[in-house]
Design a protein around this ligand. Structure first.
Ligand code: GLU
Length: 482
């Protein structure tokens, strides 16, 4: 049977980092097994679901590079792919379960339910113990009440037995017989509930694997009951470990950016985000940590899921971004970084070849393009900003008796170059100056290197001058001597 894996988000917000990780695993499993990856939109929560969230989620899924074979905007044979468009099917099957004795209409009002909950609380038993008041009620009688317009829900008749299944992450999981009561599958407003729709769809859409977050583990017991009642085969389940923040609590907004769109807005590389997320719950067989998703398809093995909660650490993600940034070609690097540089920055006025050369050099020093700005000061600012200690040190270097000698020599050389129409010094120019200062001016060691840096950049430390000076306009270098 061909493998089919679905990602089934509810469009009640933006795509969460945890959701993106689930989508990634679904994509990888489908791809590793030569199967199909399907997107299903679970929008039965009419109040919280919004079409704009669906659009944003789809955009983010594509940005992550997780293209699916079937979905609301890519119809296949088992659609529609939006639950709100499948209501008739759910109702029909809910009534089929009623007619076959697996479910029943229940007329408990909300006041009665409250009373029963109170009673259960005083007796220190689970409230669901009292939810089965109508399980043996005469069905013909119930249908008459419904025809008369009485409000009702449809409850599933819990078979009251133990359920066991083998989870691909957690191993064998057993649910005790009294874990849930007779639960609602169709609400009084006619809306089916998640557990019911999910099973109907996974069955009708021929899903072979259900990969989702650990928080859905307890839903699985209800779902197993429904599969059994419908006579449907159960798929394989994998409940992926929780993502937690530093305080070991479930990842939430207070831990920082948690939606994919925030990382997209901050110009992270999708391949870096996917790489990092992939390792939060799965391990590479050769312990490789930097890879592109499509490089691991062949080795993506369901046995390598990690059970324990995974710590989501933005500093680590930044590191991954830096690693992937360094893998980009010159052209890719330019189009990626350019977006993060303010439009009025002098960087944009440079030639393409210069830009790539500068980025190839500075990429080693940053994880994100937004960090480039501070490194560019040496190329564009007459007086790069310095902290207090460096300002003091600069003053000191400028007061050494060798420094003015270096300064006046360099100023003369730069002026000559300018007059000959050159815009930037070359690496050879820089080597000649260094040799001249050493041999002719007899300045060596620290006074030479610190003195040259102070004279040419007005800084006390920083990037390799041999690279940086050929990237700096002679005009700007000359202004540093005034
Ligand atoms: N709509 C559910 C969610 O977004 C899907 C759970 C599942 O994959 O079964 O959490």
């Amino acid at each position: 049977m061909s493998v089919r894996v679905r990602f089934a988000p509810s469009p009640t917000g933006y795509l969460h980092i945890g959701g993106a990780r689930t989508a990634l695993y679904c994509y990888l499993i489908a791809k590793a097994k030569g199967g199909q990856f399907v997107l299903r939109i679970e929008d039965t929560d009419q109040e919280r679901s919004k079409p704009e969230y669906e659009t944003a989620m789809i955009d983010d899924i594509h940005w992550c590079g997780l293209d699916y074979h079937e979905g609301p905007d890519k119809p296949g044979d088992v659609g529609p792919y939006r639950q709100s468009e499948r209501m008739e099917l759910y109702k029909e099957l809910a009534w089929k379960l009623v007619d076959e004795g697996h479910a029943y209409p229940c007329f408990l009002s909300s006041e009665q339910l409250e009373e029963l909950t109170e009673k259960a609380n005083t007796e220190k038993i689970a409230p669901h113990a009292y939810h089965g008041q109508f399980r043996d009620y005469d069905l013909a009688e119930a249908k008459k009440r419904i025809d008369k317009g009485e409000e009702f829900v449809i409850r599933f008749k819990n078979p009251n037995k133990k359920y066991t299944f083998k989870d691909l992450v957690r191993g064998e999981v057993t649910f005790p017989e009294d874990m849930v009561g007779d639960f609602v599958i169709l609400r009084s407003n006619g809306m089916p509930v998640y557990n019911f729709c999910c099973v109907v769809d996974d069955w009708k859409m021929k899903m072979t694997h259900v990969i989702r977050a650990e928080e859905h583990l307890n839903n699985t017991v209800r779902q197993l009951m429904i599969y059994e009642a419908l006579g449907a085969p159960t798929p394989e389940f994998a409940h992926c470990s929780l993502l937690v923040g530093e305080d070991r609590q479930k990842l939430s907004k207070r831990h920082g950016a948690t939606s994919v769109s925030q990382y997209r807005d901050q110009n992270y590389l999708p391949q870096a985000l996917m790489n990092y997320l992939c390792l939060l719950g799965w391990s590479h067989p050769e312990e490789k940590d930097i890879f592109k998703v499509d490089e691991i398809v062949e080795m993506f093995d369901l046995n390598r899921f990690i059970k324990s909660p995974a710590l989501y650490d933005i500093a680590k993600l930044n590191f991954f971004n830096g690693q992937h940034l360094r893998l980009l070609t010159g052209d890719e690097l330019l189009s990626y970084c350019e977006r993060s540089i303010p439009t009025d920055h002098s960087f944009h006025g440079q030639e393409k070849e210069w830009k790539i050369r500068a980025l190839e050099f500075f990429k080693e020093k940053v994880n994100l393009p937004s960090e480039l700005d501070e490194h560019f000061e040496v190329l564009f600012n007459t007086e790069p900003r310095l902290n207090e200690a460096d300002t003091e040190e600069l003053k000191d270097i400028l007061s050494w008796e060798t420094t003015p000698v270096i300064q006046s020599y360099l100023k003369e050389e730069l002026t000559k170059l300018k007059e000959s129409g050159v815009e930037y010094p070359s690496e050879e120019n820089f080597s000649e100056w260094t040799n001249h200062i050493k041999k002719e001016l007899k300045v060596k060691g620290k006074p030479l290197f610190k003195g040259m840096r102070a004279a040419l950049t007005k800084m006390t430390q920083g990037p390799d001058l041999k690279i940086v000076i050929p990237l700096t306009k002679i005009d700007l270098l000359i202004t540093r001597f005034q």
